[in-house]
Ligand binder design. Structure first.
Ligand code: IPE
Ligand code: IPE
Ligand code: MG
Length: 251
């Protein structure tokens, strides 16, 4: 049975004071390194350490879902050398961290067009997901070779494969189970570190009604206190989902 979560456009979801799902664009590793006259990859290595901290911080705060943008479908455009280093870091992170995640009750999911990764990386992803699949404390989704447009298109194409004789067009509840993050509620809080104010082809569908938070803090400097500042900002928002303030105030 697939658990179904309320869609922010098809229904009016609740707006919990503590975000259930935090989605983060971890940006600024390169600039963090550059400021220190270090190679960009040193910034990425620091960034991996912050991932570990963020997982712990979310567990402590009983946030059920943490989604991290690790590599976009456009990041292949970077210099070959940097791309290779990022892949190595991904392999190393999986080799080192998955057992600990499992002990901590973390369920790992990696979403994106994984076919472009090499066999070793794909194998580690598969093993990590299988090992942790029954854990329920925190679902950590790593978006790798992910693009929001890719996600919507793969969902439409998968739906069409399953409904070759459909006479009606697909609707939202019909498509939702095919999106790569169907197992998670929509993000309540979106965070982008590193100062840019854009989505960069992250979760286009799922961010429809997420509260957006941008900070100049570079990802290697982002810590639990910085997460708390984002949560406080989230808690001050009025999540209207199309309604008026007066409607929200009414009993
Ligand atoms: C984010 O940091 C990590 C990835 C995109 C893999 P960047 O590498 O984009 O860092 P900046 O934006 O150049 O500082
Ligand atoms: C977005 O960061 C992707 C990830 C953090 C993985 P980028 O640094 O690639 O985004 P742009 O190119 O500045 O939009
Ligand atoms: Mg960047």
């Amino acid at each position: 049975m697939i658990k179904r979560f309320l869609s922010s456009t098809a229904e009016i979801p609740d707006a919990p004071p503590m975000p259930r799902h935090v989605a983060i664009i971890m940006d600024g590793n390169g600039r963090w390194a550059k400021k220190r006259l270090m190679p960009r990859v040193t910034g990425h290595a620091k960034g991996v350490e912050r991932v570990r901290d963020m997982v712990e911080a979310c567990i402590k705060r009983e946030i059920g879902y943490l989604t991290l943008f690790a590599f976009s479908s456009e990041n292949w455009r970077r210099p070959q050398d940097e791309v290779s280093h990022l892949m190595e870091l991904f392999v190393m992170a999986l080799e080192r961290e998955v057992d600990k995640m499992h002990r901590n009750g973390v369920r790992l999911r990696v979403v994106g067009d994984l076919g472009r990764f090499d066999a070793r990386l794909r194998e580690l992803i598969e093993q990590g997901e299988a090992l942790t699949s029954d854990n329920a404390r925190l679902t950590l989704t790593v978006c790798a070779n992910y693009g929001g447009r890719w996600d919507i298109l793969q969902a439409v194409n998968a739906w069409r494969r399953d409904h070759p004789d459909a006479s009606e067009p697909v609707d939202e509840p019909g498509l939702a189970p095919y999106l790569s993050m169907h197992y998670a509620p929509e993000p309540d809080l979106f965070i982008r570190t590193g100062g840019e104010q854009r989505i960069s082809n992250f979760l286009l569908w799922q961010l429809a009604y997420s509260e957006l938070y941008f900070t100049d803090t570079l990802w290697p400097d982002f810590n639990a206190a910085a997460l708390d500042r984002a949560i406080v900002s989230y808690q001050k928002r009025e999540r209207r989902f199309g309604r008026t303030s007066e409607q929200l105030a009414a009993p």
